[in-house]
Design a binder for this molecule. Structure first.
Ligand code: AKB
Length: 315
């Protein structure tokens, strides 16, 4: 049975991934790590504080628990990375390089997410192919495309079993995202329940790919379980469940909350990032090579999000 170390375990993906991995692989086989101490709850499983820029500390924890898999999630997202580009490069690339080095020396498999941010304004905007032009203009995108290349390098040069997905915006109700461009979509659901209205920093008609968190979690697990011989792309598979703009989410929310109001304000930085990303990406390589299938479309996701948030936020 696999023994798995997860970095960034208290983040939006990590919180749900660690819980699901502990159901599948046994509670003692999943080592959650994060720079924050808020996951230190012994009853929920092993948790270690880890700054991913400290390669020796990452090695020591991986070695202590004899892990065979690293799921490296710790990174700054697009809007924060644009505000702090040097920190973003240091954390996103330094953390990944450490995870690759530890995987190489301890013979671990490695999963790390890429993003739709790895594409740029010269990439075909609709049905963006798996293999295409990648000249991103945001620092986050630069770190993601560099990370894809670095993972390819460690696979070809050292035989590290590296795998990855180009995630779209991820929508979830458990842990909030932080500092992303697609965060507006998550915020809209929270504020629909809390206030009945939302003011979006992303303009009407700005389409981006999105996915509900349960689909993202199952995709990570399925890709890591896939037979290596079926993977031609290995690092950075395109993956998406829907291509939507703010109005489409509002329309889906109004099926449950008819008076929901959506307004707009201008955020030039996040709008420019969104405008540089594809409107929709082609996930066919994921379907063909490891059987990806999203279970949630916009309406099904909206039903689930609103019912969970209503029971949490309304007293
Ligand atoms: C972000 O908006 O920065 C992320 C992403 C698409 O990678 N959600």
């Amino acid at each position: 049975m696999h023994k798995i170390l997860v970095t960034g375990a208290s983040g939006q993906i990590g919180t749900e991934l660690v819980a699901r991995l502990r159901q599948i692989y046994n509670i003692d086989h999943v080592i959650a790590t994060d720079i924050k101490a808020d996951g230190l709850n012994e009853s929920s499983g092993i948790y270690e504080i880890l700054d991913v820029t400290d390669g020796q500390a990452m090695h020591d924890i991986a070695n202590k628990y004899q892990v065979d898999t690293i799921i490296h999630l710790a990174a700054l997202l697009s809007a924060t990375a644009e505000a702090k580009p040097l920190l973003a490069w240091h954390l996103n690339m330094g953390g990944l390089l450490n995870a690759l080095e530890v995987s190489k020396s301890l013979n671990c498999r490695l999963f790390t997410p890429s993003s739709i941010a790895a594409f740029g304004p010269t990439t075909p905007k609709n049905n963006t192919p798996q293999d295409t032009m990648q000249r991103p203009t945001s620092m986050y995108g630069v770190s993601k495309v560099s990370g894809e290349l670095l993972c390819d390098y460690y696979y070809h040069k050292f035989g590290v079993d590296t795998r990855g997905l180009r995630f779209p915006g991820l929508i979830s109700y458990t842990a909030p995202p932080g500092g992303g461009t697609t965060d507006y979509a998550v915020e809209m659901f929270y504020e629909a329940i809390a206030k009945g209205s939302y003011t979006s920093y992303i303009k009407q008609g700005t389409f981006m790919d999105m996915m509900y968190m349960p689909d993202a979690i199952e995709a990570i697990i399925k890709l890591m379980e896939a037979d290596a011989s079926s993977l031609k792309h290995r690092n950075a598979f395109n993956i998406s469940a829907m291509s939507i703009d703010p109005e489409m989410i509002a329309t889906a929310i109004r099926k449950h909350i008819p008076d929901f109001k959506l307004g707009y304000y201008s955020d030039p930085v996040r709008q420019a990032i969104a405008d540089s990303w594809p409107d929709s990406i082609d996930s066919s390589a994921s379907k063909e090579e490891w059987g990806f299938q999203a279970a949630y479309d916009l309406d099904k996701m909206t039903d689930d999000m609103l019912s969970h948030l209503a029971s949490r936020l309304v007293v």
